[in-house]
Design a protein around this ligand. Structure first.
Ligand code: FES
Length: 103
């Protein structure tokens, strides 16, 4: 696992989302009450930018057509069988890092 810095803690305040790039992956970063979570940044519907979605509590709404996911688990809010890919996140000092599996 490679840990890659994608943001500073201050870049993504509580209640916000942010689109980042890590090792060629588009990553959607979310801050829920001070806890960071990361999902694959491409919405599984048609590739919309989840990192530019609106975060309400722990649920992000895709800006393109409104799919909603729990950012803590990737769970789609109405389709139980759809769980979007996520990345592990850690905070080291002021840096937010995501873990990317090596190929
Ligand atoms: S691309 Fe996200 S809801 Fe359609």
């Amino acid at each position: 696992m490679n840990w890659i810095t994608i943001a500073q803690v201050s870049d993504c305040p509580p209640g916000s989302s942010r689109e980042c790039i890590a090792a060629g992956h588009i990553v959607a970063l979310f801050n829920v009450d001070g806890q960071f979570y990361a999902l694959d940044g491409l919405c599984p519907h048609q590739g919309g930018p989840l990192g530019k979605g609106r975060l309400t509590g722990c649920v992000v709404t895709c800006p393109w057509h409104g799919f909603q996911f729990d950012v803590t688990s990737g769970q789609h809010q109405t389709s139980k069988s759809l769980v979007h890919a996520s990345f592990p996140v850690r905070v080291t000092g002021d840096e937010v890092q995501v873990g990317i599996e090596e190929p």
